[in-house]
Write a protein that binds this ligand. Structure first.
Ligand SMILES: Nc1ncnc2c1ncn2[C@@H]1O[C@H](COP(=O)(O)OP(=O)(O)O)[C@@H](O)[C@H]1O
Ligand SMILES: [Mg+2]
Length: 1043
């Protein structure tokens, strides 16, 4: 929003100006510079009137703001209004006190120059109101933080407090400031208000004891009496009736319609707390206020001797309690005067009149000093206490709200000082604007037509000049020994400055003037008009004396504020204190210096009428103010001159970024740089002039256009800067991250490497132990080999546990290390036993029987007969002939003897070796050879001598039989296809296991009656059984692969 407003700024100005022009007939121009007839005072006032009628109270003369007091609430000071003026160029919006405030603030921020806002105008013109508006504007619009908020609150709340104690109703203004105030607002580098400081000038103390008709004492007295709680009043010994107090009845005006004392009391009470007053502070402060009222009510009587005595003891009682001073001390101090003569102290009694004025002097002193204390206390609360913050890097905006020029029926010392002060300010204004402006054009060699203006230096000199000035003469009269009086002072004035064109007395005046002047008056022809001052009281007020014994009494006070106000050192200090006027003169000179060091903004306040009425435009009164405020001269200079000027370096520095040739730096002469720059910006020749060291720009709008361009440019520069900065910061961040990552990596790698190294070391150690162990493996157990041996053992056992033989036939067994050879053997056996046992446990009776038979077969044939191996895998059967294969007759013949085995065999005849098919049946006691239904031969096992069989693969075998009788047919030659099975069965049945003879060569057998037969065995390709030529039975047995 703000940016857009700025971007369209220059157009905006034109639009504003044009619309202002069309509305001119009705509301006049918002800047007097735009007045067609700018030299005409009538036109000037007419413009003011038009605007005033439309409630437009603000008008510019260039950058000076003219403000007319509306005497009514215009509702132009809302927050929305403040926002409207914030950060906006002066000319873009209608004139306002906020525009001046904002402009000063922005100048302070951008140019880093301290600012001051000088608010001037006569009493009641709206200066104090204006200064409050400025303060409120800063409080609302400046950046804030928690800390700043307190400062803002305190800055704002200092106003009601100072106004309560320092303002009063006068004829001119219901809330007239009776002291001068200059307030510094301190800002930190961010532009937030962080502190403040107040300088106060010459409080009109005389008001405490006397008010002119229609005027009041300081507000605080009425506020306390109207608003103070019952308890409080009782404690202070006060009544809720202002009429009861001598100091409050002089003006005969206790109540004012525009003032609500009761409400104001609440506001002040709250403000005191915000500023940081403790309850004790407030109590002491109110004790003082109450004691002033009591003092006013102290009455005197006169003894016969003329000496004064106090008639109101109750007042003394209260006083003594409230300020903590012994009553008798007080009484004496209020009726006597201490004189030191020849080193001796003497108490001299006072007469009634003297005593009353001593009492009033005390009241004034107490109130005046308490006011100073109050300002100091507020300053302490506003002081910025951050140690890192030095006033060097603080920027300051000063706000001057000082009593305006005033003229009453009867003008005294105070009016003299006030009007002198206004002369000084006017002089400053002239110096800073009119004179300095013209001087500058001259110095810069700019062609220029001088404007005539009234320089009021002559009046300032009249008042303040050393030795010859009115103040010097007054001081002289005050200090002079002898009978100096106000009248002698007047005479002295006539003698010394009588010839001065701005000074007149009754005696010196012409007849006409004499009529309007008293004999005790002198007249000054101020820049703002003529004022008659009555010299009565000048000396006293200037001396500002307080009797020594009253000071001493005050030094005894137990009131904490009074002890600070009345210092004992003062009593011993022999030096005469400076007179009031000289003090004022000095502080004004200091103020001028402060103001000169800052860049000023002006607010010129005008009072529309003397009746404090809204809507009344008193032309005579206004013309008078326009004249003495020098507004016409101001306007003439403005119109003739240039709105803006800057030193070349400042101008170039600020705007150099707007021109490629001057950016980033201009190398040549400054004036050439500025010239190049403004040509680039398109300034027309009539718009500017180049002086010796400065550029002068005639119209504000030219400058505003440049400002707007700068604002736009700043954005692009800021973007560039931002980009650079972001890049830089990201790079830095990245580098930092990278560095961190590397550090972490390094650490982690270190850890890993250390772990690896350790593992390697351990591995090497293990290997070394292994090698050593290996070398020493045959040695008895010793440290060198124990690990190795254990390991070998362990690994053997582990390997063994994984590779145990799975069955009894599996003969594999890992080779044990030597140390475990024995154990290994034991284990092997155990393992075998275990397997066998396991095997046995699972074996069936049939299988057991089978195996028993196989065992027998093994015993007999193993490694002896060629076809034995082939027989091993073949299971032995219980019989090879079933019941139906055997002839029933044979079965019958065999009777009850149980048959155990039967097998078909081939029988070879004893003689011809003819092959006959037979059945061999093994019974319980005998073996039977049967042919079909016939039992051909029964061989009792007892008669069975043995069995012969060849070692070859044939199935031929011979059953040898004992031949004792002839019934026996002799040995039998048989052939079985299952020779191993058959013979095993026979051996078992006949229990003739050891009688089986496996013959390597031929087998002899008997063939009854002692005859012998021979069977020859040879190996051949196939089985052939036949009778050989030699009469032997020749058996050719096939050669088996296994052999
Ligand atoms: N801007 C304003 N708007 C409304 N009333 C105002 C304004 N300025 C001044 N006044 C009225 O005029 C009175 C006197 O103003 P003040 O600022 O006290 O005068 P000064 O300080 O110049 O003597 C105020 O109390 C107030 O009623
Ligand atoms: Mg004021």
């Amino acid at each position: 929003m703000k940016y857009r407003a700025l971007a369209v700024g220059s157009d905006g100005v034109r639009v504003m100006m044009e619309s202002a022009l069309t509305a001119r007939d009705r509301v006049g121009v918002q800047d007097f510079v735009l007045l067609e007839n700018h030299t005409s005072e009538v036109a000037f006032i007419e413009n003011l009137r038009k605007r005033f009628k439309e409630n437009l109270i603000y008008t510019y003369i260039g950058s000076v703001l003219v403000s007319v007091n509306p005497y009514k609430d215009l509702e132009i000071y809302t927050k929305q209004h403040m926002e409207r003026y914030r950060g906006v160029n002066f000319y873009e919006v209608s004139p306002h006190i906020y525009a001046v405030s904002d402009n000063a603030y922005r100048s302070m921020r951008t140019e880093r120059r301290d600012q001051c806002i000088l608010i001037s105008g006569e009493s009641g013109a709206g200066k104090t109101e204006a200064s409050k508006k400025v303060l409120q504007y800063y409080a609302v619009t400046c950046p804030a933080s928690d800390k700043v908020q307190t400062v803002k609150d305190r800055l704002l709340q200092s106003n009601p407090v100072l106004e309560a104690f320092g303002n009063a109703k006068t004829l001119r203004n219901d809330n007239s400031s009776r002291f001068g105030k200059y307030m510094d607002i301190q800002f930190d580098f961010k532009g937030a208000p962080v502190g403040g400081h107040i300088l106060n000038y010459l409080l009109e103390k005389s008001r405490v004891v006397h008010q002119s008709h229609g005027e009041r004492n300081f507000h605080i007295f009425y506020q306390l009496i109207e608003g103070g709680e019952e308890d409080l009043l009782r404690r202070l010994g006060l009544e809720r009736n202002a009429q009861q107090y001598q100091y409050l009845v002089k003006g005969n005006c206790p109540k004012v319609s525009s003032i609500n004392d009761r409400n104001d009391w609440k506001v002040v009470r709250k403000a005191l707390t915000v500023i940081g007053f403790t309850d004790d502070d407030v109590e002491e402060l109110l004790n003082i206020i109450a004691s002033v009222l009591h003092l006013g009510n102290v009455q005197y009587g006169s003894e016969e001797s003329g000496n004064a005595y106090i008639t109101t003891d109750s007042q003394i009682k209260y006083l003594s309690r409230l300020i903590g001073v012994d009553g008798s001390v007080l009484k004496e101090a209020l009726t006597h005067k201490k004189i030191i003569a020849k080193g001796e102290e003497l108490m001299s009694p006072l007469n009634q009149e003297q005593a009353a004025s001593a009492r009033d002097a005390l009241s004034k002193a107490i109130y005046g000093r308490t006011f100073t204390w109050l300002v100091n206390k507020i300053n302490a609360s506003l002081e910025f206490k951050d140690s890192s913050f030095s006033s060097k890097n603080a920027s300051v905006i000063g706000l001057l709200d000082i009593y305006g020029f005033e003229v009453f029926q009867n003008n005294s010392f105070e009016q003299f000082c006030i009007n002198y002060c206004n002369e000084k300010l006017q002089q400053l204004f002239i110096e800073l604007t009119l004179k300095s402006e013209q001087d500058e054009y001259e110095a810069e060699g700019i062609t220029w037509e001088p404007v005539q203006y009234f320089n009021n230096k002559i009046i300032c000199d009249l008042v303040e000049e050393k030795f010859k000035g009115i103040i010097s003469i007054l001081d002289e009269e005050c200090l002079r020994p002898g009978d100096a009086s106000d009248i002698t002072f007047l005479e002295k004035l006539e003698d010394t400055v009588g010839g001065h064109p701005h000074f007149v007395t009754h005696k010196l005046a012409d007849g006409k003037t004499r009529k309007v002047m008293g004999r005790e008056e002198f007249r000054l022809l101020h820049y703002a008009g003529e004022v008659n001052y009555n010299v009565n009281g000048f000396l006293d007020k200037n001396n500002d004396l307080l009797f020594r014994n009253l000071k001493e009494a005050m030094c005894m006070s137990e009131n904490k504020i009074l002890t600070q106000c009345f210092d004992r050192e003062e009593l011993t200090d022999k030096k005469r204190p400076e007179t009031a006027a000289t003090q004022f003169k000095t502080s004004l000179a200091q103020l001028m210096e402060i103001l000169m060091s800052k860049e000023p903004s002006y607010v010129r306040c005008i009072k529309p009428n003397d009746a404090k009425q809204a809507g009344r435009f008193d032309e005579v009164l206004i013309r008078h103010q326009v004249k003495y405020l020098g507004l016409m001269e101001n306007l003439r200079v403005r119109r003739a001159g240039f709105a803006y000027r800057r030193r070349y370096e400042t101008f170039l520095q600020r705007y150099k970024s707007l021109c490629p040739e001057t950016w980033p730096n201009w190398q040549g002469r400054l004036v050439d740089g500025v010239s190049t720059l403004v040509k680039h910006l398109g300034y027309k020749p009539e718009e500017y002039k180049l002086g010796r060291t400065k550029i002068f720009i005639r119209f504000p709008k030219t400058l505003f256009a440049t400002e707007d361009a700068l604002e736009v440019r700043k954005h692009s520069l800021a973007t560039k800067l931002q980009a650079c900065w972001k890049g830089y910061s990201q790079k830095t961040k990245y580098r930092k991250l990278r560095r961190s990552a590397i550090v972490i990596q390094a650490w982690w790698r270190g850890i890993l490497a250390r772990r690896r190294a350790q593992r390697r070391r351990q591995a090497a150690e293990t290997i070394r132990r292994f090698i050593k162990g290996f070398i020493y493996r045959h040695q008895p157990r010793c440290p060198e080999n124990e690990y190795f041996l254990d390991y070998v053992r362990y690994s053997f056992l582990m390997k063994l546990s994984r590779n145990l033989p799975k069955n009894v036939l599996d003969k594999s067994w890992p080779t044990p290390p030597p140390a475990l050879a024995e154990a290994s053997e034991h284990l092997r056996k155990l393992c075998m036993q275990n397997m066998v046992w396991k095997y046995c446990k699972t074996i069936s009776p049939e299988w057991k029987h089978q195996l028993e038979q196989k065992m027998v077969a093994s015993e007999i044939f193993k490694d002896k007969k060629d076809n034995y191996p082939q027989s091993v895998p073949k299971l032995f059967v219980s019989t090879r002939l079933n019941g139906e294969d055997i002839n029933p007759k044979v079965v019958q013949a065999l009777g009850t003897d149980k048959m155990k085995y039967a097998v078909p065999v081939t029988k070879y005849d004893r003689k011809g070796y003819k092959a006959r098919s037979r059945q061999l049946l093994l019974m319980g006691n005998s073996a039977i050879i049967a042919e079909e239904a016939k039992v051909k031969q029964r061989i009792d096992y007892s008669a069975l001598k043995g069995i012969s069989v060849s070692s070859l693969s044939d199935g031929v075998f011979v059953i040898h039989v004992v031949c004792e009788d002839n019934k026996q047919k002799g040995d039998v030659v048989l052939q079985s296809d299952h020779v191993i099975e058959t013979l095993t069965k026979v051996a078992i049945c006949a229990d003739k296991i050891n009688s089986i003879n496996i013959s390597q060569g031929s087998i002899k057998f008997t063939v009854g009656q002692g005859k012998e037969g021979i069977i020859d065995f040879t190996s051949g390709s196939e089985l052939i059984v036949a009778k050989a030529k030699n009469g032997h039975l020749s058996v050719t047995a096939p050669r088996l692969n296994s052999r």
